[in-house]
Ligand binder design. Structure first.
Ligand code: SF4
Ligand code: SF4
Length: 341
């Protein structure tokens, strides 16, 4: 553990920006978003969580996978990311979301080279939450806390005028050795700051309790709740685009006469043509099937496959779904229906 005085945080960020591309929260048009920044001066330090998660730096909304020449000889040129990135200010819920997506993109027989390369090139500096939003955050429902460091290379714990700096991986060690060379191993002092943070951290309570919901949902595929809930949905896809764990994509080719690119771009299970097939058949033709898919995927199917819920309680769908059809509400509804059944 090391220590950093809060007043020196921007200087620390300047050093990070001088050795790699620094991506950090900035305030833009009244909202906080992650953006590349040239120095620490632009970084927003007073925020709950950026409105868009950090997944787009590993899995961009649109990316060129490779270029191809269709004729006279077919040839393919892969497009690979090559920038070293330091991502600063990522919250525990979004760190956990990246770990979940690591399972999806890297955990099975097929390894996604695009996700993997960006993960290798990126050092994650987490920032424990000082003021979680108690009206929308519910990370504790999934075993995460405002100070959980899982997935970070370096974790910062703010307390008073100080930040406890915890190094968690060799990548994090290299970053701290380069950017905090004079700080040495503060040891006990760093531990004290972390402990002070943990003592003060605002508990989120247990507003949302999934409990054994995953198992209960095994038998609720045909529950009338899905029809009832889906009547509210507008099919806008905001929930899936802002969610740090949603990861559906579409692959498409754009070709001109002598040049072409293969693109991958985000898709959403809430769009009516998401599963539309060439012959016109649509396995999820109504909002009922699409709403059910979103919630069963996160609360049941993913748990069967990976042993964890595909939600980290970040609260973005709570804040931004225009009709209040969010994860916290649906969990509460489903638990309530179970309790009264
Ligand atoms: S659940 Fe809400 S945010 Fe998601 S598609 Fe429906 S209306 Fe849009
Ligand atoms: S489902 Fe909602 S609360 Fe859960 S991770 Fe996605 S956006 Fe966050």
């Amino acid at each position: 553990m090391r220590c950093l005085e809060r007043k020196d945080l921007r200087a620390f960020l300047d050093k990070l920006a001088s050795t790699a591309s620094l991506v950090a929260p900035v305030r833009e048009d009244g909202v906080v978003v992650f953006r590349p920044v040239p120095s620490g001066e632009q970084v927003e330090l007073d925020y709950v969580n950026p409105v868009r998660s950090a997944k787009e730096f590993f899995f961009p909304q649109t990316e060129v996978m490779f270029r191809f020449l269709p004729s006279p000889m077919a040839s393919i040129t892969p497009v690979e990311p090559d920038r070293q990135i330091v991502l600063f200010g990522i919250r525990p819920c979004d760190l956990a979301a990246l770990s979940l997506l690591d399972e999806v993109f890297l955990g099975g027989d097929y390894r996604d080279a695009y996700w993997g390369r960006r993960r290798e090139l990126t050092t994650l500096v987490g920032l424990a939450c000082e003021r979680p939003d108690e009206s929308s955050c519910f990370c504790t429902a999934f075993g995460i806390t405002p100070g959980t460091a899982e997935g970070a290379d370096v974790m910062l714990y703010p307390a008073g005028d100080w930040l406890g700096v915890e190094v968690l991986t060799p990548k994090g060690q290299a970053l701290v050795d380069g950017a905090l060379p004079g700080a040495g191993e503060a040891g006990e002092a760093g531990e004290r700051v972390k402990q002070e943070y943990l003592n003060r951290a605002v508990p989120l309570g247990e507003r949302v309790r999934p409990g054994e919901l995953s198992k209960e949902l095994d038998d609720r595929f045909d529950d009338p709740y899905w029809e009832e809930a889906s009547r509210r949905c507008l099919g806008c896809g905001i929930c899936t685009y802002l969610c740090p764990t949603c990861h559906c994509f579409l692959v498409t080719d754009v070709a001109k006469r002598d040049d072409g690119v293969r693109l991958r771009c985000w898709d959403s299970c809430q769009f009516k043509d998401f599963l539309l097939m060439a012959g016109g058949h649509n396995p999820r033709p109504t909002r009922k099937e699409r709403t059910r898919q979103r919630f069963l995927h996160k609360l049941n199917y993913f748990v069967h496959r990976y042993g964890r819920y595909l939600c980290t309680g970040c609260g973005r769908c709570v804040q931004h779904c225009p009709v209040g059809l969010d994860m916290a509400t649906v969990i509460a509804d489903l638990r309530g229906v179970t309790q009264h059944a």
